[in-house]
Design a protein around this ligand. Sequence first.
Ligand SMILES: [Cu+2]
Length: 132
Amino acid sequence: MSALKYFLLLVSTLMVVACSPTSTSAPSSSTPTPALILSLSTSPSPPKMGEVEIILTLQDAQGRVLEGAEVTVTAEHTDMSGMEMQGNAVEQGQGRYAIRANFSMSGNWSIKVQVRKGELSYQQDFALSIMP
Ligand SMILES: [Cu+2]
């Protein structure tokens, strides 16, 4: 009886850990239950040096489009230090947000996307390889 009680206690503890909200100070792209489904695409695709449109599509955990969010995009050239661009993506409707970036260098870039809407704050990083 006491062994069963202990087991139940252990299970509920694990569930609480699994359901705890993700910290914004330690972002991770491998969160078990993301608050948002964020997908990134580019035009042109694959992205090339020069002007690239970064398109982000936002859905909530239930698959509904997320409108009215503030979406900040930071692009960092991972091959170098201190090379960074930042701006706010413009909402285009249907959960679609876009921003143009001028990639002056090819190579490996990290695209950090921050989404804020009311209480919601979510961040995800994408690796982007810019073709020469
Ligand atoms: Cu660079």
